[in-house]
Design a protein around this ligand. Structure first.
Ligand SMILES: Nc1ncnc2c1ncn2[C@@H]1O[C@H](COP(=O)(O)OP(=O)(O)OP(=O)(O)O)[C@@H](O)[C@H]1O
Ligand SMILES: [Mg+2]
Length: 410
């Protein structure tokens, strides 16, 4: 019953205090309101909404002297705010502690040791909710202009991302750069105050399969920021001026969805077309890209820009110097390959030597190391085995190496 009263009081206190914002409402309660439309004051609570939050016994609920259930529209209301407040103070302190809206109110309530700041720590910001994002996208889809912008990018909520920073193996130097971005994001307001705006534009450089995309996704999860992905080849058009317009739209949608990560993959694509064909439209596209990068900022707009490329040599210096950080994703060192093997083999029983595997896979990327494990598991399964032998793995290494040689011979 305490959770029902929590929900009702959260709505009531939120309605009464204009200084409270959506982010103050705990995620599980926000979700209830998003899935019933948007979250706008005054919040009205209906029976079905309470049921999607917690199951309860209606008879028991009716016994509470401060609850009214309307038999026609099934709206549930608090009839005496004071009584409800008193009741929850007695029956739901644990809930209050983790609910910023409630903690905000109860902070000044006698004899209860709760704090708004403490409660905030338990509560993730709204832009990390899949429901919130879906709602924003729905709204943007209603307008023709913004709907078109949406069609150019792939948007993922951090909640839907599985890769975490602990599942991608990075060198210490890479991790340190990523830590810097995390703190910059946390201290955005302060950076703005001191006028430090040139942060938050990263260029990931490295061969295919070295973890660039995975790291961008893991960052989205880690920072609880929606991820907007776009491949430059996908928005390049043969029609005059179209590519430039698309680039502008992509940056515009990122600003509308802020805070978010804008991940631009195949970043060299536009530059590549420039070398093959010195067409005016291509030049214009490159210029638009440069201008868009200049005009977007983590500190001002809340957009973290990450671009990735396999062909850094194709980027000219005008592009290069617009990024405040270049993070290299080289072919993995021995210790990185070892960690990837360890993580990938963690749940797989068998008798094998990781030391030997690391030695044998010099020059393999992270993706190829994972491929070795996958191949080995499949061939073991083919023989009816749910454990790996060294032979399975050695053969898989050879197969993957053959593939590499085949690729390189063309
Ligand atoms: N350092 C790493 N740690 C863990 N997994 C890795 C690492 N590098 C690559 N992988 C794995 O390899 C696969 C491919 O990685 P990813 O897509 O991130 O590569 P990429 O650098 O973006 O490649 P591309 O340039 O082709 O886009 C993923 O399954 C990823 O988990
Ligand atoms: Mg990639």
């Amino acid at each position: 019953m305490a959770k029902v009263v929590e929900l009702l009081l959260t709505a009531e206190i939120f309605n009464r205090n204009p200084s409270l914002v959506e982010d103050d409402i705990p995620k599980e309660i926000r979700k209830v309101f998003y899935s019933n439309g948007s979250l706008t004051r005054p919040l009205v609570v209906k029976e079905n909404m309470v049921k999607s939050y917690v199951s309860y016994d209606e008879k028991e609920l009716r016994k509470l002297p401060f609850i009214d259930i309307n038999n026609f529209n099934r709206q549930i209301k608090i009839t005496s705010f004071e009584l409800a407040v008193k009741w929850l103070a007695k029956n739901g302190v644990e809930l209050i502690k983790k609910n910023p809206v409630l903690a905000y109110y109860y902070e000044s309530y006698d004899s209860l040791d709760v704090s708004y700041v403490e409660a905030k720590r338990f509560s993730k910001p709204k832009h990390s909710d899949a429901e919130w994002l879906r709602n924003v996208i729905d709204e943007l889809s209603k307008n023709e202009e913004t709907a078109e912008m949406l069609s150019l990018v792939r948007i993922t909520s951090p909640e839907e991302i599985e890769d975490s920073l602990s599942s991608v193996v990075l060198e210490d130097s890479q991790l340190m750069e990523i830590r810097k971005i995390e703190v910059a994001m946390e201290e955005r307001e302060w950076l703005k105050e001191i006028g430090l705006k040139e942060v938050g534009k990263l260029l990931f450089v490295g061969p295919p399969g070295t973890g660039k995309t995975t790291t961008a996704r893991a960052l989205s999860k880690e920072l609880s920021l929606p991820l907007l992905e776009v491949k430059l080849s996908m928005i390049t058009s043969q029609f005059l001026g179209e590519t430039s317009k698309n680039i502008e739209k992509v940056f515009e949608i990122a600003k509308r969805l802020n805070p978010c990560i804008l991940f631009i993959d195949e970043f060299d694509y536009v530059a590549k077309t420039r070398t093959s064909d010195e067409h005016a439209a291509v030049k214009r596209a490159v210029n638009t890209l440069l201008k868009s990068i200049d005009e977007i900022s983590l500190v001002e707009d809340g957009v973290l820009l990450i671009a990735a490329t396999n062909h850094p040599s194709l980027l000219d210096s005008a592009v290069w110097r617009r990024f405040d950080k270049i993070i290299e994703f080289p072919e993995p060192s021995e210790s990185v390959r070892r960690r990837i093997f360890e993580i990938s083999l963690e749940k797989i029983p068998g008798n094998y030597s990781i030391d030997r595997l690391v030695e044998m896979t010099e020059g393999f990327t992270g993706a190829e190391v994972k491929l070795v494990v996958r191949e080995a598991v499949l061939s073991a399964l083919l023989n009816g085995k749910k454990e790996l032998s060294m032979e399975n793995l050695v053969r898989a290494v050879e197969e993957v190496r053959d593939r590499l040689n085949l690729k390189n011979s063309y």
